[in-house]
Design a protein around this ligand. Sequence first.
Ligand SMILES: [Fe+2]
Ligand SMILES: [Fe+2]
Length: 188
Amino acid sequence: MDIILIIKEYIKKLSENYKNESTDHYDFWNEHIKYVYIESIKLAKKYNADIEIVSLAALLHDVALIKKVGTKKEHHINGKIIADEILTNYNYPKQKKEKVLNCIMNHRSSKNATTKEELCIADADILSHFDNIPMQFDLAFNKFNKNLYNVREFLLDWFEKDYNDLSDETKQEFKTRYQEICKIVLGK
Ligand SMILES: [Fe+2]
Ligand SMILES: [Fe+2]
């Protein structure tokens, strides 16, 4: 079977386990990873990046969180270690594996990206938020204790920060969408 399909099934299964066993019952696959996966492939096509590397990195970039290994602060480092073990088990070629691992290591900001593939993952991680606005409301209400009267301001800041974290290239393409979200969803 294709390595991407194998890893996709593996991550879906891990996500299902997380959903059933954790206290927050967060659905990593449906609320986050699938969006990062879709957006990263679109960006890879746009920027002529390696689609296989980008696909695997998108699927594995938050594996440490889904497996509940270590802290959130270090999930890129632990994720790299876990992904290394997984890909090595499937005899994935070393050179390609290193590229996937570097995407995971540098996924937390487009400013850290050193290759087109790394940039696709960092940007797609952010774009996933724009694809899933209900989740941002859920976070605001349930994690950050916002209410109807302060949620707009909170999310305007939240999306502004997200937008500013995008690479300059991706910012250009998403400017209109970002402005529409602010206007239509948040009334600004
Ligand atoms: Fe992450
Ligand atoms: Fe992520």
